[in-house]
Design a protein around this ligand. Structure first.
Ligand SMILES: [Ca+2]
Length: 312
């Protein structure tokens, strides 16, 4: 997913007001990574200092083992470390469990958009839900919830637990992104295209179900800097249950995970502060949504949590 629309670069206000913990201690990268990639001139961005928004860390120090991955119910265990990683290596920096919608943290449109008034998202049952819905003009429209201007992090581990919607045209995603002047560094942790050819999706009773997804990385210093991508066939219907989509972002390496299993490793240096994005867009490999695309809340991109950790 590449947000190609360019608009004057917004200067993100450093809104520290929504911090709910006093011990904001984000080790956002001031360190200069040692590039292993042929680097284009790396312009110095104007990094906004990452604010820590730890919604509810709960018993962060507990050693509760996360529930097994292939369950259709969402994990409700207390937050410990990233799934499948040694807990002792990580400090929780961000925990959005979606017990309520924090509008000081999440914006419901991209910086270059105005918010579509058609209601197609909510937070309930401990989840963020975004669903396909035609607006007043009859169009399916992009919905994005992001932390642009409110929460940024550089490096660490980022994980969501989510269930995907069905339907031709649906294009749910979780990414880390930033717009810094003309630069667009982008780490797509999960993008799925239910309406695409197998293995992207399978047709079940006339409705496209997602079975593969892709992590993809764009360096973003200029147009078309694809670092790497993989179409990962999970062999399962991603709309049928919750799965964990994650990235471990190190200064010279990124590793992408599905339910704790490594699916893509890239040796790349990216050191910008990035904000978090959850969205349901349409098109690309998924095709154009139509009357076969189920609308309404019962067909949601459901996100049980978004968590981030920093390396100790
Ligand atoms: Ca939750």
């Amino acid at each position: 997913m590449s947000a190609t629309t360019t608009v004057s670069a917004g200067t993100e206000a450093n809104d520290a007001a929504d911090t709910t913990v006093a011990s904001a201690d984000t080790t956002a990268s001031t360190a200069t990574p040692t590039p292993t990639q042929p680097t284009v001139s790396t312009p110095t961005p104007t990094p906004t200092t990452a604010t820590t928004n730890t919604a509810s860390t709960g018993t962060a120090g507990s050693t509760t083992t996360p529930a097994n991955s292939n369950t259709s119910t969402a994990t409700t265990a207390a937050v410990s470390g990233p799934y499948g990683q040694p807990t002792a290596n990580y400090t929780l920096t961000f925990s959005e469990e979606f017990n309520s919608l924090n509008t000081n943290l999440w914006t419901d449109h991209m910086w270059y958009e105005t918010s579509n008034p058609t209601k197609n998202y909510t937070v309930e049952d401990g989840k963020l839900k975004i669903w396909p819905q035609r607006d007043a003009s009859g169009n399916f429209f992009n919905r994005t919830l992001d932390t642009d201007g409110n929460y940024y992090q550089t490096y660490g581990y980022f994980e969501i637990e989510a269930k995907l919607p069905v339907g031709k045209g649906t294009w749910p995603a979780f990414w880390l992104f930033n717009h810094i002047n003309e630069r667009r560094p982008e780490m797509d942790v999960m993008e799925a295209y239910a309406g695409g050819a197998a293995p992207w999706g399978v047709n079940i009773d006339g409705v496209a179900h997602p079975t593969a997804y892709a992590p993809t990385v764009w360096k973003g210093d200029k147009e078309g800097q694809l670092v790497g991508s993989r179409q990962y066939d999970t062999g399962t219907d991603l709309s049928a249950g919750y799965h964990k989509y994650a990235v471990k972002w190190e200064p010279n390496k990124q590793t992408y995970y599905f339910d704790g299993k490594e699916v893509l490793t890239l040796n790349v240096s990216m050191g910008d502060p990035m904000y978090l994005m959850l969205d349901l867009w349409y098109g690309s490999a998924s095709g154009t949504p139509d009357d076969s695309t189920p609308q309404g809340k019962s067909n949601s991109f459901e996100v049980n949590y978004v968590r981030a950790w920093q390396f100790k």
